[in-house]
Design a protein around this ligand. Structure first.
Ligand SMILES: *Cc1c(COP(=O)(O)O)cnc(C)c1O
Length: 357
């Protein structure tokens, strides 16, 4: 199997070896040490300001998106949501469910966020901002310098869903003024799905402490309190947390966030230089390094996905809903190299030769 999806993605040999072991009991000093090291490495890789904290929720990325909204916003907030695809839509849905007043900044699929989209909301009483830094459905990377400066001038609390862009594109909580950074285990962390992470700047920790949350599992006060000693309130996905420790250690040893981002940039450039030979269009106006989004015109995108999977053992990433026949994506996350892209390109060339493209 060769997997170019955007999650779960291919894991390193070290991470896979841990997956083959027995899962240990976790209320121990040994596991606490692993968790505190996970917290320290996550904070460093996210460029978190002094006094930040990290919590690890057992649940997919969406669990942390919902926890962030529930713990940081109340019905007296007014929140802007960038909605340029299915993950922006999800933040709007979460706000609606939790009664958080919100306004959607709707962008056409594949389009970048520009100054003119934010201009109507200057000094307009907004208190919160939600953005999927890479809108993974379209592969658009939003301009965080623009968003960070807007939030700073307007005193707005910024929550960044970096679930697919963490470690693929430059990001620094300190520089971008993000109060919360969210990621998940199955994207660039290249571990099995099941854990999501929130890195919380001091202003986010303060909000969590003062917000009343009507939930047992998603109240981050207890997660923070337990994390003081490297523990979680409930049984976490212990095995995945050990795999995350291995993966974070590997990243630190290979040059940290900068080196990992450079590797993703190199792979995405390698693929994009060569995909021009095929009858696809590049959809994203501001492409992330995490994924390349391809329009297929009259060719069935779901057909390409199915044939690559069933005939060649290669997994690309289909799109859902009304784009299922028009768009597919090729990821640059996880344990992949140039040769893997050569294999994919050769399979596409073969499809072309057989008249299927
Ligand atoms: C993958 C992803 C999510 C979370 O999806 P889950 O299936 O809940 O892990 C959220 N936001 C973005 C931008 C993503 O890429």
């Amino acid at each position: 199997m060769l997997n170019f999806s955007v999650g779960p993605v291919q894991s390193s040999a070290g991470v896979r070896a841990i997956g083959a072991e027995q899962v240990p009991y976790f209320r121990t000093p040994e596991f606490s040490k692993v968790m505190l090291e996970n917290e320290a490495m996550m904070k460093e890789l996210a460029g978190a300001p002094e006094g930040s904290r990290a919590v690890f929720l057992t649940g997919s990325g969406t669990a942390s998106m919902e926890a962030a909204v529930m713990n940081c916003f109340t019905p007296s907030d007014r929140v802007l949501v960038v909605n340029g695809g299915s993950f922006g839509e999800r933040f709007a849905q979460i706000c609606a469910i939790h009664g958080i007043p919100h306004t959607e900044i709707r962008l056409p699929f594949g389009k970048a966020l520009k100054e003119e989209h934010l201009a109507p909301y200057e000094e307009a009483g907004y208190t919160g901002f939600l953005v999927n830094v890479d809108e993974t459905s379209s592969g658009v990377l939003y301009d965080l310098d623009l968003i960070g400066a807007f939030c700073k001038r307007n005193g707005i609390f910024l929550i960044c869903d970096c679930i697919s862009s963490f470690l693929t594109d430059p990001f620094c909580m300190k520089e971008n003024g993000a109060a919360v950074m969210i990621t998940g285990s199955q994207k660039a962390l290249a571990c099995p799905p099941g854990i999501s992470v929130l890195v919380l700047a001091p202003e986010a920790v303060a909000r969590i402490e003062e917000t009343e949350v009507k939930s047992l599992y998603f109240d981050l006060k207890s997660a923070l309190k337990n994390m003081d000693r490297g523990q979680t309130p409930f049984t976490p996905a212990v095995g995945i947390l050990l795999q995350i420790h291995e993966r974070l250690t590997e990243i630190m040893e290979h040059g940290g966030a900068e080196a990992e981002i450079a590797r993703c940039a190199r792979l995405s450039a390698y693929f994009r230089e060569r995909i021009g030979a095929f009858p696809f269009t590049l959809i994203s106006e501001a492409p992330t390094n995490a994924v390349t989004t391809l329009g297929t015109g009259d060719i069935s995108a779901s057909g390409i996905f199915r044939i690559l999977k069933d005939v060649y053992g290669i997994w690309v990433c289909p799109n859902g809903g009304e784009l299922a026949e028009k768009v597919f994506r090729v990821g640059h996350l996880g344990d992949l190299n140039e040769e893997d892209y050569d294999t994919l390109l050769a399979a596409l060339a073969d499809l072309q030769k057989r008249g299927l493209l």
